[in-house]
Design a protein around this ligand. Structure first.
Ligand SMILES: [Mn+2]
Length: 394
């Protein structure tokens, strides 16, 4: 008999699916949150005999269980832990630990890809094209490589995972991986995935109109309240407002918040750790403790949402040699214009600001951070120019 304890996300469940392909009814699988794993391990050690082989994938145990598992192993117990998280590398000191973050090819690993390799190498399962394809989709999703490669299929696999229950997901994946020689979605899945995509798009459009910005500690944050689609939302808003260092997504009901960034100069796991949380460099989270609540809710609740840049302009466009016109909530106007080849400056109303920028982009970031200004529509720009001309002819 085998028992597999795994994470309850796509990568963790991918491990369960691979294990069931390999062992069929001989494996019992349990999916856990990060916190739930240790109870399961303790239960296993107290209740199961040495004839059951224990796999732990995509998660690592606490120190107490690390010692217990080593004792279990030394006294003849069968256990194999397989993980790909940097923080778990020290488990490689044990015979039963196998942690690998990156392949020799430079590609990041996932728990599913490591388990698949392990089972094939140990001749516990036959490799197949369909399974290899499924494993690769999971890996790309889990490591964010899908974004770089714009691998929509990987993203859709994760979307499907959240649309159905884990049991349903497992079952439908198992039947197609056993039979097919390539991995595909069926027509019904394609249809609900399309509907889901439309729904997310509308949700993001609505949330975009609620985004406020605030300088919190040393960063400019975009703050939005949302219960769903945190990754998509954080990613989209981050791209649309690149002057913000990160996007903070507050789930008031869940008393939690998430951080997302698209920038390399920001490590949001560090930002989350200031509030007792953690996570990855580009995506992290924390509980909404008193300090976080004060900074992200109390002190920003009165703020007006950011306005969007006008999108369909022909004249008032970015990096124009005539200058680009912005406006803020107090109806101040700002013209960002090139002074010469290397320098950009800003004229606020009648007055030229002291700041000199080496690129249009730097100037725009300054405008957006300090004045929450937005690019105005063409007609405002034309009116601005007419006024200038009139003044000049007086
Ligand atoms: Mn994983």
């Amino acid at each position: 008999m085998y028992r597999l304890l795994s994470h309850n996300d796509l990568d963790g469940v991918g491990c369960g699916i691979i294990a069931k392909l390999a062992f069929g009814d001989d494996v019992k699988v349990r999916y856990n949150s990060i916190g739930g794993l240790n109870h399961e391990v303790e239960w296993f050690l107290e209740n199961e005999g040495k004839e059951t082989f224990l796999f732990i994938t995509d998660l690592s145990v606490n120190e107490g269980n690390e010692k217990r598992l080593e004792e279990f192993y030394q006294s003849g117990g069968k256990v194999q832990m397989i993980d790909h998280h940097q923080t778990a590398l020290h488990f490689n000191e044990y015979d039963w630990g196998y942690v690998k973050v990156e392949e020799e090819s430079g590609h990041l690993t996932s728990a599913t890809s490591l388990l698949y390799q392990y089972l094939v190498q140990h001749e516990l399962m036959e490799p197949s094209n369909a399974v290899a394809e499924f494993v690769e989709l999971v890996r790309q999703y889990d490591t964010w490589e899908w974004e770089k490669n714009d691998n929509q299929k990987a993203q859709r696999l994760n979307a499907l995972f959240f649309l159905v229950s884990i049991d349903e997901f497992e079952e439908s994946m198992l039947s197609r991986l056993k039979e097919g020689d390539s991995f595909t979605f069926n027509d019904f899945e394609e249809k609900i995935l399309d509907m889901e995509e439309d729904k997310i798009e509308r949700y993001i459009r609505r949330k975009r109109r609620e985004l406020v910005q605030a300088e919190i500690d040393d960063y400019f944050a975009g703050i939005v309240y949302a219960e769903s689609y945190h990754s998509e939302l954080g990613n989209q808003l981050g791209k649309e407002y690149p002057h913000l260092d990160y996007i903070a997504i507050l789930n008031i009901g869940g008393k939690r918040m998430g951080f997302r960034t698209i920038h390399d100069h920001v490590d949001v796991s560090e930002v989350a750790s200031r509030f007792g949380g953690g996570g990855h460099v580009k995506a992290s989270g924390c509980s909404l403790n008193e300090e976080a609540y004060k900074k992200f809710v109390t002190e920003t609740f009165h703020l007006e949402p950011l306005r969007e840049d006008a999108k369909r302009n022909r004249y008032n466009v970015k990096e124009s040699s005539f200058g680009t016109l912005y406006e803020d909530r107090k109806e101040h106007q700002y013209l960002l214009y090139p002074e010469n080849d290397q320098q950009w400056r800003i004229k606020k109303g009648e007055k030229i600001l002291e700041n000199v920028f080496t690129s249009f982009n730097d100037g725009e970031v300054f405008l957006k951070r300090n004045y929450a200004a937005w690019l105005v529509r063409d007609e405002h720009f034309v009116n601005y120019l007419i006024k200038l001309v009139k003044k000049g002819s007086k």
